[in-house]
Design a protein around this ligand. Structure first.
Ligand code: PHE
Ligand code: ZN
Ligand code: ZN
Ligand code: ZN
Length: 323
């Protein structure tokens, strides 16, 4: 079934054998024995595949492939130090199964709102036709702020991998930090902060300074009397390429939970339902506009705006053992 596609490159969409579910994997088709990278794992043709959600699937004669173009959307402030850029990103794509409102309309909308509000502090941002109004806070941005809405995250972080892969060493050095927001409105939410120092285990230790970003988020939630806790820096979102060896950009971010199940302890702290997934509609058709907690989005987007504003003013101390 794959012979006629030998040599083609692109997105391989195959039927997972589970009704209503099709999973997308990315790879380069070649002779039998070629490998398909699936979220960091490799599999040979004809072999049973275990998808990231744990569903056992087998490639069948239904396998088809096609090429598609996909885009990142990048926007940055005109002002602020271009040698010390604060980056924030969220993936704009969704899985094919559903509309992707919590995953990841929630993160994309949150950083978009922050960008809109930040614009009036951008000193070179002339606001025409508004005499005496607007731009009141001009010149307050010490550092340049760059927003990224990533494409094709769900196919294996393709947009962010491409972006980071194209950066020169000089451009890498100009990025002071990267903040990632993927799923920040989960209906049965927990306020998760990426565990930048892997103090809880189960993930990666981020580049120096990632611990400071984690502490900044926890301190912020503390200051507004909201609980927060660590979630493994698993590499399962667009910060992966930023914390990769040789890139080493301090990174952090927020998350309100996906297919994981809320514990009794978490239900006591955050409310919601123990024994139920943080997002029962994760990667499903029901991830629609009813699938977001407005409280979660509200609390998370305040934290996102706080983080970006804080680092836009100063990144001092990041990675130097202080917060
Ligand atoms: N990146 C995942 C997605 O878009 C979300 C996720 C991140 C799930 C981290 C678990 C842990 O589907
Ligand atoms: Zn997803
Ligand atoms: Zn996502
Ligand atoms: Zn930690």
């Amino acid at each position: 079934s794959n012979a006629e596609e030998a040599g083609a490159a692109g997105v391989i969409v195959f039927n997972s054998g589970v009704e209503g579910r099709t999973d997308s994997f990315v790879g380069t088709l070649g002779a039998p024995g070629y490998e398909i990278p699936v979220f960091g794992s490799s599999f040979a043709v004809g072999q049973d595949l275990i998808d990231p959600a744990g569903t056992e699937v087998t490639m069948t004669a239904d396998t088809t492939s096609e090429l598609r173009d996909t885009y990142n959307v990048i926007a940055e402030t005109r002002g602020g130090d271009p040698d010390n850029v604060v980056m924030a990103g969220s993936h704009l794509d969704s899985v094919t199964e559903g509309p992707g409102i919590n995953d990841n309309g929630s993160g994309s909308a949150s950083i978009l709102e922050t960008a809109v509000k930040l614009a009036k502090f951008d000193k070179k941002n002339k606001q025409k036709g508004k005499k005496g109004k607007g731009n009141k806070g001009k010149g307050k941005l010490e550092n340049q702020v760059r927003f990224a809405w990533w494409g094709a995250e769900e196919l294996g972080l393709l947009g962010s991998e491409h972006y980071v892969g194209e950066l020169s060493q000089e451009e890498i050095d100009e990025i002071a930090l990267y903040l990632n927001f993927d799923m920040v409105g989960s209906p049965n939410y927990v306020r998760f902060v990426y565990d930048g120092d892997n103090s809880e285990g189960g993930g990666a230790v981020g580049p120096a300074g990632s611990d400071d970003i984690e502490a900044m988020f926890n301190d912020y939630f503390d200051s507004v009397d909201l609980a927060s806790e660590a979630t493994p820096f698993s590499g399962r979102s667009d910060y992966g390429p930023f914390i990769a060896e040789g890139v080493d950009i301090p990174s952090g971010g927020l998350f309100t939970g996906a297919e994981g199940v809320k514990t009794e302890e978490q239900a006591e702290i955050y409310g919601g339902e123990a024994g139920v997934a943080y997002d029962v509609c994760y990667h499903a058709e029901c991830d629609d506009r009813d699938n977001v907690s407005m409280d979660a989005i509200d609390e998370m987007s305040d934290a996102i705006a706080h983080a970006i504003a804080t680092y836009a003013v100063s990144t001092e101390g990041l990675g130097e053992g202080s917060t």
